[in-house]
Design a protein around this ligand. Structure first.
Ligand code: GCV
Length: 705
């Protein structure tokens, strides 16, 4: 007996203090607050008042209880005013400052008793308020005298899942899709509730469930029933579902001979389809459409325009309150013009012709989610249309899941860019939130990085990209640094010895990736089609604008794409002052130099270095930063649980190795044109150019169906 007791005792003594963490909880970790702060928080949150019996208020109460239980101890249930420290959740506030989704949190004292009151006009605002309240405790801010109001600045804050019906995810690096179409609708993975909670916690209110490279099947009755089951699950969390619509669906599933948007049969098909969907999903958000781009069908197949196509679908969903989100990511290999110009050329002339319930969704830059792109010229150029932002959260071009790259600075850089559309201060953020042109139907979409990996995003730090996307969609003028700090505190630790270096590391990580992949404005230099690793030599194949050489234009004479008036004149698509600056070597930011200019290898950079020397040094600076991240992370071990620490450390090693590979392969390639020696102190590439070129990666993740 004594032996057993001893063995048990030993076992207990050696058991880890806490369950190993795998990242599943995201930033919604409700770990106990340390004493003595815990007692002070507990006093303010001693009880929760009963709530009205609606699904969203019940979810709000459940979240509050769950959060408080973890953070400060289980709250009691008590009526407001009956004791000190009651939290009251109430919708129906008739508070003009809050709009449909905002909330107010106040500390009120009456008869010596203090209550925290979270109010909103609608239930969903209360849920958002609960998440904010919990985050205050999670980040160790005072909740003693609260008087705060928050309302989203953008109406539709959406995730776009590029998830296929067979659960593969185009450009997904976090495992299979969380939408298990095969088992739906009879089995709904409970994980979808956690997905909805996470989204609601950052204010995301819409999800497009299927890939923009869509199959018509998702619009058939069985798949509508499956989507309805998802919709029912996420609805209490304020999330509407949307579907990507394949433009040729009338032919594929409707038995028609055409998908011509002006054909009465086609119009009738879409109206009937919309009616059918709304019967099962009464709050269906609407359709997202990729048309006449990269081989997808569209109205131009019938000699019609994007306006004809978008408006036809808008007429089908409009009576139900639905929207059509029509992507401006349109370019064609039959079009000889600079690919960067094609979206603008295609859409700008249609300004003012789209229905009120159509949104034109524009990628942040004119090419394709590169590590750095100047803002898309359409922002500010279509004042009479609803213009939405499309960011990529998944890191197709930024090292997949294994490179630590915090995208907050990328998003912020675009949002803060000044379009000058109505003079100084006409930022992209103001276009997106509708301020600039008085638009009401506003959208910010992010291509999701979510999969069924336990850590959701393929890596711990990629969770931060989901988080910052949601926070910036709520407030496009927020600071990505502040958001990184909140995330780091909630996800890992509030210890300043952790937070300060972790945030610093995150904030520089995107610039580092730019440097080791595509410095000084280079773009699209990745491996062919999977976009993994360096591939500056990629040439030939079906279309020029899918090659690297098309973008870098390296030659004995120099490097870069001339988009000034002497070249493709893409700079003319911007407001005159902006375009003139981009075209002027004295004005353009060197971070986008080679995006706009083709320059000789001996061109002098502001640093005094030649272009060649500066290029090499930039690659090396990127690698050095990753070295630094490895060191920083190693030093943060005392503040992070072992499992998550080890995973991040492993990935940083992969990143270090791949950053070096990027540097070496790129220098080997561009050096074959520059024919100049490396600057003093720079090491030559480890292998020969032929070696780098010979590598192939047929099993790189992120492929489509
Ligand atoms: C969904 C890029 C990606 C494609 C993606 C496309 C798009 O070209 O590589 O995978 O397709 O963008 O945004 O439609």
């Amino acid at each position: 007996m004594r032996l057993i007791a001893l063995a048990l005792g030993l076992l207990l003594m050696t058991a880890p203090a806490a369950r190993a963490e795998d990242g599943y909880d995201l930033w919604l970790r409700y770990k106990p607050v340390e004493a003595p702060a815990r007692a002070a928080y507990a006093a303010r949150a001693a009880a929760i008042a009963p709530v009205a019996d609606t699904p969203t208020l019940k979810a709000a109460r459940a979240e509050l209880e769950r959060g408080l239980t973890g953070l400060v101890g289980k709250p009691a249930s008590a009526a407001a005013g009956s004791r000190d420290g009651v939290i009251v959740l109430k919708a129906g506030a008739a508070d003009a400052a809050l709009g449909d989704e905002g909330f107010r949190i106040r500390t009120l004292t009456a008869n010596g008793k203090t209550a925290t009151v979270i109010t909103a006009n609608r239930d969903i605002g209360v849920l958002y308020g609960v998440f904010r309240y919990l985050s205050l405790i999670q980040t160790r801010q005072s909740v003693d005298k609260l008087d705060l109001v928050s309302a989203p600045k953008v109406k539709l804050r959406m995730l776009n899942h590029w998830d296929n019906l067979n659960r593969t995810i185009e450009r997904g690096y976090a495992g299979q899709s969380i939408f298990d179409w095969w088992k739906l609708p009879d089995h709904v993975d409970p994980r979808l509730v956690d997905y909805a909670r996470a989204n609601a916690s950052i204010g995301i209110n819409g999800a497009v469930l299927n890939n923009v490279n869509a199959k018509a099947d998702s619009l058939t009755a069985p798949y509508i029933a499956k989507a309805a089951a998802v919709a029912d699950t996420v609805r209490p969390y304020g999330i509407k579902v949307y579907l990507s619509a394949r433009f040729s669906a009338p032919i594929e599933i409707g038995g028609l001979k055409t998908a011509d948007p002006l054909d009465p049969g086609v119009r009738a098909f879409w109206k009937a389809k919309a009616d059918e969907i709304y019967k099962s999903i009464p709050d269906f958000g609407g359709f997202l459409v990729k048309a006449n781009s990269e081989g997808q069908p569209g109205p131009q197949d019938y000699g019609r325009t994007h306006v004809d196509g978008a408006n036809m679908l808008a007429d089908a969903v409009g009576p139900h309150g639905g929207v059509v989100i029509w992507r401006a990511f349109v370019y064609s290999h039959e079009q000889p013009d600079d690919r960067a110009k094609q979206g603008y050329s295609e859409f700008k002339p249609f300004d003012g012709q789209f229905r009120d319930n159509v949104v034109i969704q524009v990628k942040n830059g004119a090419i394709d989610f590169q590590p750095r792109e100047p803002f898309h010229p359409l922002f500010g150029a279509m004042p009479k249309s609803n213009l939405g932002m499309e960011f990529q959260i998944t890191k197709e071009y930024l090292g997949f899941a294994t490179h630590l790259v915090y995208l907050g600075p990328l998003y912020e850089e675009t949002l803060k860019s000044d379009t000058m559309a109505h003079g100084k201060g006409s930022t992209v953020a103001k276009v997106i939130d509708g301020q600039l042109d008085g638009r009401k139907l506003t959208v910010m979409a992010g291509v999701a990085n979510i999969g069924s990996d336990r850590n959701w995003s393929g890596s711990q730090f990629d969770q931060a990209n989901w988080y910052v996307f949601g926070r910036l969609a709520w407030d496009p003028e927020a600071s990505s640094r502040d958001i990184a700090a909140d995330w780091a505190r909630m996800t890992f630790s509030n210890d300043p010895r952790f937070v300060t270096p972790a945030v610093e590391m995150m904030m520089g990580s995107r610039e580092a990736a730019v440097n080791y992949m595509t410095p000084l404005g280079l773009h699209h230099q990745m491996g062919r089609s999977h976009h993994y690793g360096p591939g500056p030599w990629v040439s030939g194949g079906p279309r020029a604008d899918w090659t690297s050489v098309y973008y870098a234009k390296a030659g004995p004479d120099g490097l870069g794409f001339d988009r000034t008036p002497t070249g493709s004149n893409a700079t003319a698509q911007y407001a005159p002052a902006v375009g003139a600056c981009f075209a002027d070597l004295k004005c353009v930011d060197e971070k986008t130099l080679l995006w706009f200019h083709h320059l000789p290898w001996d061109y002098r950079l502001k640093s005094g270095d030649t272009l060649w020397d500066g290029l090499v040094k930039s690659y090396s600076a990127g690698v050095a930063y990753v070295d630094g991240m490895n060191r920083t992370w190693a030093s943060l071990a005392p503040y992070v649980d072992a499992q998550r620490h080890a995973e991040v450390a492993d990935f940083l090693k992969i990143q270090r190795h791949e950053a070096q590979w990027w540097r070496d392969a790129s220098i080997a390639w561009f050096g074959s044109f520059s024919k100049r020696p490396l600057p003093p102190g720079e090491k030559p590439p480890a292998r020969s150019l032929e070696d780098y070129e010979a590598e192939s990666f047929p099993y790189a993740p992120g492929g489509g169906e």
